[in-house]
Design a protein around this ligand. Structure first.
Ligand SMILES: [Zn+2]
Length: 408
């Protein structure tokens, strides 16, 4: 399978200027090609083929107003045309109902927060013996190699984000040797708002402290920006600071997702999660919490790591509310208000923890071999929490490490 590996880049002054030129050229080519197609459509002419666009691009370099396109690697301009084709294909597929609804490709702006260019294998880029990234018409750029690449990459995308940071995103092919030796545990996961995740084996995992700290910094940066006068130099500085704080939260979250998903994949042979209709949820008042939690990114990570390491990943369709069924005897005894965190099953008498019971039910619905034991608790262990009803529960003081999960 193919995976992306992202590393921070530290281009020097002239390299930053060369990259800015490349981003600009890629954008102009994208926009020019988009206009050509839109004009054709408005004139009732057939869809302009990729080959025709490519020919127009070659011709454009000979026009004085577009001569500067020759100053950057021609590969990234070709890739820009390919990006436009992908955008059109996705749009057409969405019209045919083959993927979620989306708009037609739009013009790219200089003010877009994310700028990117892609170099394919034939672009003549390489990783030098000294560990720098050699980019055509840019130079040897310093890379912070935070991890090792599992194999030689074949394409690299250079990205500049809204916090003015540069990244190289490599696409590599993983090898089948990465499959882990089989293990026996199988686990169901309930993704919730109280704990980040609750496992059918009884463990509860919170968002880590570093993520909560990063969120606090984000709030502060937000307030600082709102106090600055519009159009002032200080406001621009505050804007970059805010973008950096956003980036730190995103990084911290990604790091947490990576650690937790890797641990779960290593420990378990099979993993089941509930297929949350996240989009439906996001429109409700839970929106903020849902986006914060980033469940879909996390489950996507679990899914690709399961494939990569030879584990089983199951998404359970939305079935009957997990709190209504006893995971021990299977009796359905009706809905329970949110503040009820634990109860005794009226049929078999088992004391059940709401979240763990849900995780066990998810595992069972996926056909995994988990026992209901994890859902059982001794009476009196979980006190009623009055302040939780209907509101976002307060973060629990234990960390994932304390809950017995060793984050890798
Ligand atoms: Zn029961």
């Amino acid at each position: 399978m193919q995976l992306r590996y992202r590393f921070r880049l530290y281009p020097n002054g002239p390299q930053r200027a060369a990259l800015a030129r490349a981003f600009g050229c890629a954008r102009v080519v994208f926009n020019d090609a988009l206009r050509v197609r839109e004009d054709a459509r408005a004139a009732g002419l057939p869809f302009v083929s990729p080959a025709e666009l490519s020919k127009k691009l070659t011709g454009a370099k000979k026009i004085p107003e577009r001569a500067w396109l020759a100053e950057v690697s021609s590969v990234i301009l070709q890739q820009s045309l390919r990006d436009l084709d992908t955008a059109y294909r996705n749009f057409f597929d969405s019209l045919k109902g083959r993927r979620p609804k989306m708009g037609p490709p739009r013009l790219k702006s200089k003010r877009d927060t994310r700028q990117a260019i892609r170099f394919t294998a034939n672009a003549g880029w390489k990783i030098t013996n000294g560990g720098k990234l050699r980019l055509p018409k840019v130079g040897d750029v310093t890379v912070k190699w935070s991890r090792t690449l599992p194999s030689a990459p074949f394409t690299v995308t250079v990205i500049k984000d809204s916090a003015d940071r540069y990244f190289a995103s490599f696409v590599v092919e993983t090898s089948p040797e990465e499959v882990l030796p089989p293990t026996t545990p199988e686990v169901g996961i309930d993704l919730g708002l109280g704990h980040y995740a609750v496992l059918s084996d009884g463990r509860k995992i919170n968002s880590p402290r570093f993520l909560r700290r990063a969120k606090k910094q984000l709030k502060k940066a937000h307030r600082a920006l709102s106090r600055k006068e519009k159009g002032s130099a200080n406001r621009n500085k505050a804007r970059i600071k805010l973008a950096r704080a956003h980036a730190r939260v995103a990084d911290a979250r990604r790091e947490f997702h990576h650690q937790l998903s890797t641990t779960l994949i290593r420990e378990n042979q099979a993993i089941a999660v509930e297929n949350l209709a996240v989009k439906g949820l996001a429109r409700t008042r839970l929106a903020k919490s849902v986006h914060d939690a980033g469940w879909s990114r996390f489950t996507a990570m679990l899914e690709y790591k399961a494939t990569r390491y030879g584990r089983t990943f199951v998404r359970v369709g939305r079935f009957e509310p997990t709190s209504q069924v006893c995971s021990a005897c299977g009796v359905k005894d009706g809905p329970k208000p949110l503040h009820v965190r634990a109860w005794a099953c009226g049929a078999c008498g088992t004391f059940l923890d709401r979240d763990i019971n849900a995780a066990v039910n998810i595992a069972k619905a996926a056909g995994l071999a988990v026992t209901a034991r994890g859902a059982q608790i001794r009476p009196g262990l979980v006190p009623a929490q009055r302040d939780e009803a209907g509101t976002h529960p307060k973060p629990h003081p234990t960390t994932a490490r304390q809950a017995g999960i060793v984050l890798l």
